[in-house]
Write a protein that binds this ligand. Sequence first.
Ligand SMILES: [Zn+2]
Length: 364
Amino acid sequence: MRRIKLVFVSLIVFLCLLSGVSWAEGKFPFDGRIYRSRHIRDIKKTYMIKGEISHLYFHLWGEKGKIDSPKLILELPEGIKVLCAWHGMQAGGSYKIDGIISEDSGEDFVRWIIPLRKDILEKYIRKGPNKWSRSNLFIIFETGKDIKIDKANAFWYLETNGQKGKEKPLEINIIPPLGEVKKPSRIKFYFYGPALFNCPDEDIWERIFSLFDRINIKGGVRHFSVSVGKKLAKRGWQILDFGGEGWGGWAGGYWGVKNPNRILKPGLKVEDIIITLRNGKKSKNRRSICPTYMIENSDPGELYFEEVKKRVKECYWEGVAGMINDYEIAWEKSEVSPTQSCFCPRCKKAFAKFSNLNPEEIEN
Ligand SMILES: [Zn+2]
């Protein structure tokens, strides 16, 4: 009985603490972070090349209907300019922001005020950070050729309803000018997510292209409109198209099978065809299906093939170089990928046959 009481009391204390935290934070209905990738989500440090443009990508979130006159304010050292900004996300969207102004902020710093678009925030903002929200924000900067410093402690904050949000630090490191880049002739570089080409300003768009061109990036996955894809293809870029959702559906690291019941042979349970991980345990993701089972049991014309046909149709436009299927990508930290695949007896047997090894000798 005493133990139960103690647990109960701690639970109450815990709930109070929890609600205390959310009350304190709940007063300000708008928040943001600088995002790079799913593994680097909250950036406090960035690099800018002397004499070049650079960018930052912000996730913005907050309470719908409670945000008015939203602004993002950056306190930057002299010599770094905000060139343009737009709302959008990695996979697209380009809602131009007008009226960016700067004012002297003293001590060699300049305050850049970016008036955010209330219409876009009203429409797309979500309660928490989300990479698929079109209310997110891209900002393009220019670092002067003659900038004197090599490091600065800048900061930024959000404003809504005339109230200032929390200041967030941003360490800016200035790195030497690009100079001449030696381009290897036999290696081509592609950029998975060149979302910066959603830039709504023509002149700055050209500068983004010029920078990518000088560092020898010659293509990428289409994270922009088809018309932008065509423009890049005309300039020799190889664009791979996505076309809607991947076939089969996301399986947390590769494209899996949306509905395992569709490919289940009589007498088997879904559990029997789920991928076995290196540690011998079954994946908890019901989309992760044993690849050997797929090869041995799915009829051509069914499932993948039919889905691929639909997608090729969706992806095609004049100039497209091909299509990307995330299946080939070994995502960092993925539970399953082409190199971290299935270790079930069925797969080991198939591998033994392929490699002429004794199944007993094959370790996970
Ligand atoms: Zn397997």
